[in-house]
Write a protein that binds this ligand. Structure first.
Ligand SMILES: NC(=O)c1ccc[n+]([C@@H]2O[C@H](COP(=O)([O-])OP(=O)(O)OC[C@H]3O[C@@H](n4cnc5c(N)ncnc54)[C@H](OP(=O)(O)O)[C@@H]3O)[C@@H](O)[C@H]2O)c1
Length: 287
């Protein structure tokens, strides 16, 4: 199925003064000239790291809004049952198997998608791994490897996403950061550095790509109840920290992050770019 034919939410750059173009005010919308707010029908979305956790919740949220979703992960076999279960829910889903830190795998996955007629117009840079070691034990090679997967790979995927558009630019990029980008924590130095880098990258790409019809934003989750936090969630001390240090006194749910990503990816956020939306139940606002 080709998902590049209908692009209701995005359009190539307009001349100055036109809706979405550079300069001047957008003209008043005429009846039927705007997509239905929040819908993503006919738009193809690539979500990296979508086999479980926030990526899977995001793929589901985008799919429920009508997008065709490509689910990223390192293994086609592991993605298969996840794709099947989303399809059973009525989501138009396929797998996008590639390790984001391996250029040749990304090339092959983008080529396979193009072959199938899929040109993503929404990119969710979601892959983010952790190495909870401090400066004395996280050696430079390990620090660099972590940045390679969490920061450099997002840049690499973004470049390929843009290149796939050729002479027809336009789309939305949402990158998953963390409150670790702006708050410090002992034993998390590599992850925090990568997330801070992603937020800087988001702002600069927004400036650079806005004139070409792209919006670039980030979402910074707090403590979310995902598989990757399974051990912390059964640790009563950590759950007490979450309860007492969030205004909402609880862990966040994956779909609460997914809703923020879907909003930023959709036409509802048509004038928002270069922004990091913190979704943390108030964790970073208390002291
Ligand atoms: N969970 C939270 O509380 C929280 C809080 C703040 C920020 N975040 C951020 O949110 C994002 C998602 O977190 P999560 O906890 O939902 O993720 P996760 O469960 O740790 O990872 C999601 C998927 O990413 C895939 N993946 C890992 N390395 C990959 C690679 N090199 N190439 C391609 N795919 C890869 C894995 O699938 P395969 O094994 O099949 O490859 C994994 O199932 C991350 O960026 C994380 O830093 C999470």
């Amino acid at each position: 199925m080709s998902s590049d034919r209908v692009r209701p939410t995005f359009s190539a750059p307009q001349p100055p003064g036109a809706a979405g173009g550079a300069g001047g005010a957008a003209p008043a919308a005429t009846a039927g000239s705007w997509p239905r707010l929040g819908r993503l029908d006919g738009v193809c979305a690539l979500v990296t790291g979508a086999r479980e956790g926030l990526g899977l919740a995001t793929a589901r949220a985008l799919g429920e809004r009508g997008a065709r979703v490509l689910l990223g992960g390192r293994s086609a076999a592991r993605l298969e049952p996840v794709v099947a279960s989303l399809r059973a829910e009525g989501v138009d889903a396929s797998s996008f198997a590639a390790d984001v830190s391996v250029a040749s795998e990304l090339d092959a996955a983008f080529a396979a998608a193009a072959e199938a007629g899929d040109v993503p117009r929404i990119l969710v840079n979601n892959v983010g791994v952790r190495d909870r070691r401090g400066v004395d034990t996280l050696d430079t090679a390990a620090f660099s490897a972590l940045l390679g997967t969490d920061l450099v790979a997002a840049y690499d995927v973004t470049r390929r996403f843009l290149a796939a558009h050729g002479e027809r630019p336009g789309g939305a990029i949402v990158t998953i950061s963390s409150i670790a980008a702006v708050r410090g924590r002992a034993g998390d130095v590599g992850y925090a550095a990568a997330k801070a880098g992603l937020e800087g990258m988001t702002r600069s790409l927004a400036s650079e790509l806005g004139p070409r019809g792209y919006r670039v934003n980030a979402v910074a989750p707090g403590s979310i109840a995902t598989e990757s936090n399974a051990e912390l969630m059964v640790d009563p001390r950590f759950s007490e920290v979450v309860r007492t240090r969030t205004a909402l006194e609880r862990w966040g749910r994956p779909e609460e992050i997914a809703a923020a990503v879907a909003f930023l990816a959709s036409g509802e956020a048509s004038y928002i770019t270069g922004h990091t939306l913190v979704v943390d139940g108030g964790l970073s606002t208390l002291f």
